[in-house]
Design a protein around this ligand. Structure first.
Ligand code: FNR
Length: 197
């Protein structure tokens, strides 16, 4: 049997009743066999400060996330778009884990993305910007038309459980394809990445 693929789902919203955090939790349930998905809490990540981005001073929350990304087989970002772009809290997290440039735990990391929004447009514009950001740190991006959960209020119940059957099965299919792709393209871990420096 193939080894388990560990995937981190990183939400781009801190809101208690965030649709995107709820979507990330739904991924855990919908993970295909042989794939473990874990949701990351980015609340402990402080604002990026280059003076603290040294081995001596780096905040433990950042080092810990870098180690988790290094150990993971893939990452899925689950984010709203803010003003057609990437929310600051997510961009801030990405900036921390993107160093050292091109040798960070994000370098060559297989990445997917999706998002939920109450409106019609979903999150596709923000996802296009996120792709540019990820390419800037040499991550690999899953070539897929995209997953955007529009009209989110109709797709989640009061307890923020993803209840829309069509959306659930579409996402389950996405995760199958994503996991197969990530297994094909993921690079072996290097010492740099494993150290989470
Ligand atoms: C938004 N929202 C939003 N929606 C959208 O479809 N396109 C956009 O560009 C924006 N821009 C935007 C900016 C800011 C600052 C906020 C606070 C909100 C609405 C957004 O989709 C909605 O608040 C979602 O519910 C946010 O995601 P969570 O927190 O539910 O995960």
């Amino acid at each position: 049997m193939a080894p388990i693929l560990d995937v981190l789902a990183i939400p781009g919203s801190l809101r208690e009743r965030s649709f995107n955090a709820a979507l990330a939790r739904a991924l855990v349930e919908l993970a295909p066999e042989g794939t473990d998905i874990e949701v990351v809490d980015i609340r402990p990540i402080p604002l990026y400060d280059g003076d603290l981005d040294t081995d001596e001073r780096r905040p433990e929350a950042v080092s810990s996330l870098k180690r988790r990304i290094a150990a993971a087989g893939a990452v899925i970002f689950v984010s709203p778009e803010y003003n057609h772009g990437v929310p600051g809290v997510l961009k801030n997290t990405i900036d921390w884990v993107s160093r050292p440039a091109f040798r960070s735990p994000m370098a060559m990391k297989p990445c997917g993305m999706m998002g939920a929004a109450p409106g019609l447009s979903g999150t596709m514009r923000g996802q296009q910007i996120l792709k540019v950001v990820l390419l800037g740190m040499a991550s690999q991006i899953f070539p897929h038309p995209g997953v955007a959960v529009s009209r989110a209020k109709e797709k989640f119940d009061e307890a923020l459980r993803l209840t829309d059957e069509g959306t659930r099965s579409f996402i389950a299919g996405y995760l199958e394809e994503f996991a197969a792709w990530a297994r094909r393209v993921r690079p072996p871990p290097t010492e740099d990445h494993a150290a989470g420096s």
